[in-house]
Every structure is written in structure tokens, then in C-alpha cells.
Design a binder for this molecule. Structure first.
Ligand SMILES: Cc1ncc(COP(=O)(O)O)c(C=O)c1O
Length: 378
């Protein structure tokens, strides 16, 4: 059997990883400034995390959601405390798309309506309603296009008001900071007015923090820069440091009913152990403080490179923008300098999503490599 060929692959095969480094099968060491697409939060194969998962596997790896699971309760309490979102309830699932799918479903259950407002360049996942709310027609099949979604420009509150006042909107879904689209973000005034207009019209405001959450922006959630309280927050990526887990944080506006949501695998024992360990390590190693320190350092050092037009994003969710396409640079950085970085829908942008434990000297390594690559291609 062959693999269904949907991913254009770089010719590198990682077989081992530790902290901010991965090694391929030939023993070549790579600096990981991509974190497997913003997933590795506390560093690869962190000792505490590995020990906790192995220990959990020795006890119980999985049982059904129709039975008590005290690890889910422990995770919810810890997450509430560390994120500052203690007033929300937690529903656990397996991925980012699934988190958004459940969030949109809750909004529709609550309001009895079905149109969604989303934004240009957004990415919310690949399942039914999540992909329909994603601004990319190429990844929507006809079956997805039966969803009612209106895409608006970011930071244009008047357009949002016009659409919401038509009276058929169940949810507005927005990323804390856009990831795949290329690090654009709403202004504080936009987020605050969005909250106001949603509350006034009883529309559910969903903050997709799947990529920008879990400390990556330098606060636990990126929306916390704007002093708002979304009705629903969705999480995944950094939550399990590579173990598949996602979650929906739900405000008390929405009342739970038996059978409203459900999943076989979501919130299983192993996934909860991984997620608890991530929060423990984030706290113990003060990874959000490190994120802010290293981010400031990155932004300072990158100013040494005149070819860079702009640095976008926050914390360790950064994009460096050129006025030319970066695919050649990205290839050279991987194959000649052995550093992983990310691309974006904006082809002029190099994305930096390292583990939150990355050090300043690892940023030095990247800056020097980027300077050399830029000299070589000019
Ligand atoms: C902002 C955002 N939302 C949702 C998703 C979908 O997550 P998953 O791939 O886990 O389904 C992603 C993935 O890149 C994302 O960046």
C-alpha cells in the first residue's frame, strides 16, 4: 500500500529529537525553529513529559468517556488556573479542526442560526464547518460549500456590524494571531468592538487560539493582549507537545446538555497526561517569560538584516517578511544550514515557531545563517 500523496515533502527524515534539535537518519542535526508547525511547546522529548507518558501507559492508556476520568478534571483545573480562564468549562477533543468544529456547533445550537463570519486569510482546519470558515477555496470540496460563511477584511468593524445586523449569524470566528495566513492580527480596538457587537446581538465570539495559544504569543492566549472575554476559545497544537489533543473552553453563556458533544478518543488518559505535563513544565521552567525574552532578542537581532521589510507577530509566533519570495531561502536554510523554518500563504514570509524553550544563542545561530544565505543568493 502507498501513502495517499497529499503532502509535498522536504527530503529530510527526522528519527530523533531533543529540546530544540532534531536529527535525521544520517545523524545530521537540525535546529528546529518550526516546532513541527507550532506544536512543540516545551521542547522535544522533554524528560518530565516522557516520564509522565511512560508512567501513564504503565497504568491505563485509554478508557471510554462514559466512565470517570480524574485526569480530565486535573487538566481542566490546571489549565483554568494557568490561563486565567477559570470561569470557562472544558470539552476535550483530538485536534484543532475538531475543536473549531465543536465550537461552531455550540454557537449554532445556542443561537439556532447557521451563518458564520470569518476573516480573509483565516485558517481554521479541514473538517466540515472548520474548512468552510477557512479562507481557501482550494481546500473546500463542494460538500463543504453548503455551509454559510461570509469572509470579511480584518479590522473593518463596520462590515462586521452590517453582516451581524442581518440577524442570521451564529458565530464570529477569528484567530488570536493569524498563523497559516501570514501573521496578520486584529487591533485591540477591533477585538473590543467585535466583543461588543457580538454581545449586543447575541452572536457567539470564538477565538481560535489553536496556534497563537499556550504561551506562544507571550501571553497564555493572544486575545489577552486586548482585554476581552470571548464566548468560546479553541486550543490544540502546543497543548500536548506533539501528543494529539484539542480543547474547547466554553463560557457560562452556553449550558451543557447530555449528548450535545461527544468523542471516543478525546480526553483519553494518555492525552491528558501529556497535556498536564506540558502545563507543569511551562510553569516550572517559566516558558512564557522565556518566550518574551527571546522574542525581544529576536526582534533586535533581526534588525541587523537590511533585506527584511517587516517583522510580524508576537512572542515566538513570528514572521519575517521580505519583498521577494522566500522558498529559495527556506530550502537553503534547511539543506545548507540545517535549520527548520516555516512558510505561509504569504509567500514573502518566513515563519518562526520554535519550542518556547528556545535560547538566545539558538536565535544567534539562525540570524548568522540567514545573513550568509542572503549574501549567497544576492
Ligand atoms: C489557527 C488554526 N486553527 C486550526 C488549525 C487546525 O488544526 P489541526 O491541524 O490540528 O486540525 C490550525 C492548524 O494549523 C491552525 O493554525
Amino acid at each position: 500500500m502507498n501513502l495517499f500523496n497529499v503532502y509535498p515533502l522536504y527530503n529530510v527524515t527526522p528519527v530523533k529529537a531533543e529540546g530544540c534539535y532534531v536529527w535525521d537518519e544520517k545523524g545530521t542535526k537540525y535546529l528546529d525553529l518550526y516546532g513541527g508547525h507550532g506544536v512543540i511547546s516545551i521542547g522535544h522529548t522533554h524528560w518530565d513529559y516522557v516520564a509522565k507518558l511512560k508512567d501513564q501507559l504503565d497504568h491505563i492508556g485509554f478508557y471510554s468517556n462514559s466512565i470517570q476520568n480524574s485526569l480530565q478534571v486535573e487538566l481542566a483545573q490546571k489549565l483554568g488556573k494557568i490561563s486565567g480562564c477559570e470561569d470557562y468549562d472544558l470539552f476535550l477533543c483530538n485536534s484543532g479542526a475538531e475543536a473549531n468544529e465543536n465550537a461552531l456547533k455550540l454557537a449554532s445550537f445556542k443561537t439556532g442560526k447557521k451563518r458564520v463570519i470569518s476573516f480573509e486569510n483565516s485558517f481554521h482546519g479541514r473538517t466540515s464547518a472548520a474548512v468552510a470558515a477557512t479562507d481557501n477555496l482550494n481546500i473546500n470540496a463542494p460538500i463543504n460549500l453548503q455551509q454559510e460563511v461570509t469572509f470579511l477584511s480584518l479590522n473593518q468593524i463596520d462590515l462586521v456590524k452590517i453582516e451581524i445586523e442581518r440577524g442570521d449569524v451564529c458565530a464570529v470566528i477569528i484567530e488570536g494571531i493569524q498563523g497559516v495566513g501570514g501573521l496578520n492580527e486584529g487591533t485591540t480596538s477591533f477585538f473590543q468592538q467585535l466583543e461588543k457587537v457580538c454581545t449586543k446581538n447575541e452572536v457567539i465570539l470564538i477565538l481560535d487560539e489553536i496556534q497563537s495559544g499556550y504561551g506562544r504569543s507571550g501571553k497564555f492566549f493572544a486575545f489577552q493582549y486586548h482585554n476581552i472575554n470571548p464566548d468560546i476559545i479553541t486550543i490544540a497544537k502546543g497543548m500536548g507537545n506533539g501528543f494529539p489533543i484539542g480543547g474547547v473552553l466554553i463560557s457560562d453563556k452556553i449550558e451543557a446538555k447530555f449528548g450535545m458533544l461527544g468523542t471516543t478518543f478525546g480526553g483519553n488518559h494518555l492525552a491528558c497526561a501529556a497535556a498536564i505535563s506540558v502545563l507543569d513544565v511551562m510553569e516550572k521552567e517559566k516558558l512564557i517569560d522565556n518566550t518574551n525574552e527571546v522574542s525581544d532578542y529576536f526582534i533586535e537581532r533581526i534588525k541587523e538584516i537590511p533585506q527584511i521589510k517587516k517583522v510580524k507577530g508576537k512572542g515566538l509566533m513570528l514572521g519575517v517578511e521580505f519583498d521577494f519570495e522566500v522558498s529559495e531561502i527556506r530550502k537553503k536554510i534547511i539543506f545548507d544550514k540545517h535549520i527548520f523554518t516555516g512558510g505561509a500563504a504569504n509567500k514573502n514570509l518566513l515563519r518562526i515557531l520554535p519550542p518556547l524553550s528556545v535560547s538566545k544563542s539558538q536565535i544567534d545561530e539562525f540570524v548568522e545563517a540567514l545573513k550568509e544565505v542572503l549574501n549567497e543568493i544576492n
